[in-house]
Write a protein that binds this ligand. Structure first.
Ligand SMILES: [Zn+2]
Ligand SMILES: [Zn+2]
Length: 174
């Protein structure tokens, strides 16, 4: 179900639940990655600088610009986008990316919830909590994440070992 809310930064309507126009759906209450940075770093409306960010996949720098489509960019190039989404890397990449965006210890359930939001191409590709838990196990074995144990398995939370490490090193060789 669409849930239209106004972005806390630019005031434009966006759909918290995903759907078309929601490339930035993981940044609620902001409409995009750009708006989240803009707001947190205290910029004033009317000046829209580019922000230099590093590609999630390979670590190369790129300029993040404002906009409905480009404002939530996370990789530097089409090449990295293809590599990250290739079948052998897709699940691990999506889980890592969600953890990086949320930037706090999260449960498998929370990751699955974020991934259940409909992407801008309308093509839903969810991962249930159990699949997420399996991916997390793999990522732990590859040294990408840390497990914070709780009173039972459901209470476990996970965080990235190094939030700045390019994900490529945790991918599967082609
Ligand atoms: Zn916005
Ligand atoms: Zn890249």
């Amino acid at each position: 179900m669409p849930l239209l809310v106004n972005c806390v930064s630019c005031d434009e309507l966006f759909d918290e639940c995903g759907g078309s126009m929601s490339r930035g759906r993981h940044y609620a209450p902001f409409c995009s990655r750009y708006c989240r940075i803009f707001h947190r770093e205290g910029y004033q409306l009317g000046q829209y600088p580019h922000f230099e960010r590093k590609c999630d996949w390979c670590g190369a720098a790129f300029q993040l610009t404002r906009g409905k489509y480009e404002g939530s960019q996370r990789v530097c190039s089409l090449k990295c986008s293809r590599e990250a989404r290739a079948k052998r890397n897709n699940k691990a990449h999506r889980v890592l990316q969600t953890m990086k965006i949320l930037a706090r210890p999260v449960s498998a359930h929370e990751i699955a919830y974020e991934l259940s939001k409909i992407p801008c191409n309308g093509w839903r590709n969810t991962l249930g909590s159990q699949s997420v838990a399996n991916v997390l196990k793999l990522l732990n074995a590859r040294g990408a994440i840390k497990i914070l144990t709780g009173k039972n398995k459901q209470a476990y939370t996970y965080k990235l070992r190094d939030p700045n490490a390019p994900f490529k090193q945790y991918g599967k060789p082609a």
